[in-house]
Design a protein around this ligand. Structure first.
Ligand SMILES: Cc1cc2nc3c(=O)[nH]c(=O)nc-3n(C[C@H](O)[C@H](O)[C@H](O)COP(=O)(O)OP(=O)(O)OC[C@H]3O[C@@H](n4cnc5c(N)ncnc54)[C@H](O)[C@@H]3O)c2cc1C
Length: 378
């Protein structure tokens, strides 16, 4: 019998699971999004590791126009004064069809949206209440409409209001202690790093990540800076104090429009009180961005749910939670270690960190231990 699946939120997680489920004839899928239109956040870049690219390939990702993405082959680590510490060969995790990929978030969202029909998404819909009716879930929206579902997937992001409503408790994320500052730069404008690879530059209280988002010379720059939570952060002063005071040569990178936002992360993965309701993407668990796995894990989680639902697995809730918990623990420990080691100030410890980075990036066994389980394709 056909099953009705309601998805809350049309970010990377919601759209991926929606597209996967739509490809299966047993499901009627409806995505409900709070905003009036799809949030494209044009300009923002996303890195996708091979694990998520292999899943996206199932729904036609390999057909994305060649100019609209990039396949960097290396992650280069630099110290404050632009000295290269070492590099990580990203191609060793690639397969023929799934390669480490960077692109604009908007390109990914547009691609995912195209996998759904217009009548599979409703905009301007915010969940007011979810209640159990026999084996089904009734979703009530604030515009007094409702939908009855066999399964509900909640993928409404890090602040997941729906989660607080359902679980009837405070599920707020907490401030990570850092803000993100973002801009777009052109590789033609005096760019001193390798424009075809990813550059990671480490400072005592910050790190910068720069990578190509397509083959049109557009690079994404994200700067993660340790900072107290404040409503009135002066981004230019922060950049001056934490970055430019240590390396004046980077002034060129911050000439464009700068955007900033506080980075929130979650305390623990979420499991619902309802057996047929699942949290996905940032609503399940939000990682620190220091391992660039938020989007990729949203996609991996979407695929795990899709597999379980399409095989009509019993006890989906428990199996899904166990699978996600395992990956989450592993990635979270790496993300926290990266966060700590990317921001060091003591010169002796920095020297030791650089030595360790050189050793790990050149040692296949250690690299496999650190990254293979995360990047490996399914
Ligand atoms: C600085 C930074 C850099 C990052 N870089 C990377 C990277 O390089 N690689 C990577 O893999 N990840 C990266 N991430 C993480 C990644 O962007 C997120 O993990 C990912 O986008 C999460 O997707 P999502 O669909 O779960 O949530 P979101 O993208 O937040 O989508 C949630 C959707 O739900 C909607 N919504 C919200 N509330 C409601 C409601 N009540 N009802 C209905 N709809 C609702 C929202 O409007 C939105 O459309 C980065 C994160 C940060 C902060």
């Amino acid at each position: 019998m056909r099953k009705k699946i309601v998805i809350i939120g049309s970010g990377i997680a919601g759209l991926t699971v929606g597209s996967l489920l739509k490809s299966h004839s047993n499901f009627d899928v409806m995505v409900y999004e709070r905003e009036k239109i799809l949030s494209l956040d044009d300009g923002y870049g996303i890195q996708l590791s091979p694990n998520s690219v292999s899943i996206l390939n199932k729904i036609g990702f390999s057909n994305i126009e060649n100019n609209n993405f990039f396949n960097p082959s290396r992650l280069n680590f630099y110290s404050i004064n632009n000295n290269k510490v070492c590099d990580l060969n990203l191609t060793r995790f690639n397969t023929d069809s799934a390669r480490y990929t960077t692109l604009k978030r908007s390109t990914l969202i547009e691609f995912l949206k195209d996998g759904l029909f217009a009548n599979n998404i409703r905009f301007g819909k915010e969940v007011k209440k979810i209640s159990k009716i026999k084996e089904k879930l009734l979703v009530n929206f604030s515009d007094n409409t409702n939908d009855l579902a066999d399964f509900v997937i909640v993928s409404d992001g890090v602040f997941s209001k729906t989660k607080s409503i359902i679980e009837n408790k405070n599920t707020k994320p907490f401030y990570s202690g850092s803000i993100a500052i973002r801009t777009t730069i052109k590789s033609s404008e005096g760019f001193n790093y390798e424009s075809e690879n990813i550059s990671l530059i480490m400072f005592p209280r910050a790190h910068l990540v720069i990578y190509p988002m397509n083959k049109k010379n557009e690079l994404n720059l994200v700067c993660v800076v340790r900072q107290k939570l404040s409503k009135n952060n002066d981004i230019h002063s922060i950049i001056k104090k934490e970055i430019l005071s240590q390396n004046k040569n980077l002034e060129n990178l911050f000439k464009g429009t700068l955007e900033s936002w506080p980075i929130y992360i979650t305390k623990k993965p979420s499991k619902s009180i309802y057996k047929n309701l699942f949290y996905l993407g940032d609503a399940f668990y939000t990682f620190s961005p220091t391992i660039a796995q938020g989007a990729s894990q949203s996609i991996v989680g979407a695929n795990q749910l899709f597999d379980l639902l399409s095989k009509e697995t019993k006890e989906i809730q428990d199996i899904y939670f166990k699978q996600r918990l395992e990956s989450t623990k592993l990635i979270d420990s790496r993300a926290k270690l990266n966060y700590f080691s990317f921001h060091l100030s003591n010169p002796f410890i920095v020297r030791f960190r650089n030595m360790m980075l050189k050793t790990i990036t050149k040692n296949e066994k250690l690299l496999d231990i650190y990254l293979r389980n995360i990047y490996e394709t399914v």
